[in-house]
Write a protein that binds this ligand. Sequence first.
Ligand SMILES: [Zn+2]
Length: 474
Amino acid sequence: MCNPVTMWRVSPGVPEQPLQESPARPTGGTALFGSLYRTVSLLDQLRRAVVLDRLAYDPGGLRRYQDMQVARLVRHAAARVPFYREKYRAAGIDPDSIRTADDLAHLPLTSRADLRAAFPHGLIPDGTSPDNQFLVETTGSTGEPVRLFKDWPALCAIAAWSSPVMLRRWWGVWGLRLMTLLLRQEHSVEEAVVAALPRFLLRVHAGDALASPEEHLEDIRRRRPDIIVTYPTVLKTLATRIVEDGARIPQPRLLATSAEMLDVHARRLIGQAFTGRLVNLYASTEAGFIAVECLAGRGLHVNSPRVIVEVLQDGRPAPPGEPGDVVVTDLTSVGCPIIRYQGLGDVARWSPDPCPCGRSFPLLDVVEGRRIDAFVLPDGRVLHPFTLSHAMVHFTGIRRFQIVQEAIDRVRVLIVPNGQAGADLGGLVAAEFARLLGRGVHVTVDLVDAIPAPPNAHFPSTVRSLVSRPHPLD
Ligand SMILES: [Zn+2]
C-alpha cells in the first residue's frame, strides 16, 4: 500500500501553481516501473536545480520565488501537519498572513525537542504513512539525536543538488566517479539517497569513514574517484599517511568536506597531500544542503532556492559580521516540513560584503558548529569522533551527552537523562565505551542535571579531547 506523497510543482517565473500530488511510489509494481519512476523524479529535480541555481544572478526573481514557496509551505504545514497545526494554533498564527520569506520571523521556532516529541505521526501530513517515506536520523553529534522523514521528492532534490552537474556549476570540476567516506549509518540521508536512486544515473561508492586509512587508500587506488565527499578528520588522517609514507594515489579532482570545521590548519595539511580542489559544504540531516563554499574564498553561499537561513541573536536577526544561531527552513521538504528549525546547534555570521563572484545568494561564515574531536588512543588508534557520538544514539533515555577524553587513557561521559532512562543506563554506556575504546582506557559515566557550555561558546561540544597531540606535519 502506498499513499501519494505531496510535492511542489513550481518553477521560477511561474506566478502561482497549486500543490499537486506526485505519482505514488510503486511498491507493488515491477522493478522496471520503479526504476523509471525514480529516474523521472531525479531528472525532474535536476532540471529544477539547474533552473533555480540561475536565480543566483537574479535577486528579484529569487525573492519572489522564496516568498511563494514560504507561503505555500506554511499553509501546507498548518493545514495538514499536526505538529505545525497545533503549534501555530497555540501561538495564534493565521497561516494566510505568512506571505513572504520575511514573514517567517512571525512564526515560532522549532526545536530538536519539538521534533522528538512529534515523531513520527505529528511530523507528516494527515493521511500519509511513515512507511512511505525514508526514515533518517542525525549522527548524534549534537548530543540530542533526532529522527525524521524524507519523502521521495525531497531525496531526489538532495541527490540533484549534490549531483555532478551542480558540482560543476559551483566549482568547475567535472567527474562522474563519486566516493563518499562518511559514517555508515542505517538511517543516514546519504544511505537513503544512494539506496533510492537508479545506479545508472548516480554511481556512488559509499565507503566507511571509520575504516582504516590503509583501506581508504586502497579504495581510492582501486576506484580512482573524481570526487571524494568526506569529513576533514578523514582527509587529515589520509594526508598524514600520504606525506609520511610517501604513498602514491590517483588524485581526485575535488575533495568536498562536511560536518566538521575545515580550518586553515586542516586546509594546509590536506593541501600537502592532495592536489584536487578542496571545498567545504554545510549540510545537515534535517535540512539537506544548506550552503556551499564559494571559490572566491569569502565564505559559503546559502543554497537559497532550497533553504532559507536566519542567523539569530536572542531571537533577533544578528547584524552582518556578528555571530548568531543558525535557524533553517527547508523549502523542498513537504512530506516532513522543517520550518524555522533551530536545532542544528551551529553558530554562523553573515558576510557584510557582497561576494566578488557575482552570485547573490547570501554569504555565510560558519564559525562554530557541531565541533567534535578525534581521540588518539594508547594503542595508537585514531578514533573518529562519530564512532562515539553514534554509539549514544542507540541508548534510550539520553537527553544530552558529552564525551571528554581527559587524558590519553581516561574518558569521561556526562549524560543528562530524560524520563525514559533506566537504572542501568550508566552501566550500559560504560560497557559499550569500554568495548569501543579498548583495553587501557578507563571510562567513567556520570549522570548529571546539565552540561554547561564553556565560556564564549553557545553550547558544549559533544566529543572533546583535552589531550594535546602535536601533529607530525605541523
Ligand atoms: Zn561567491
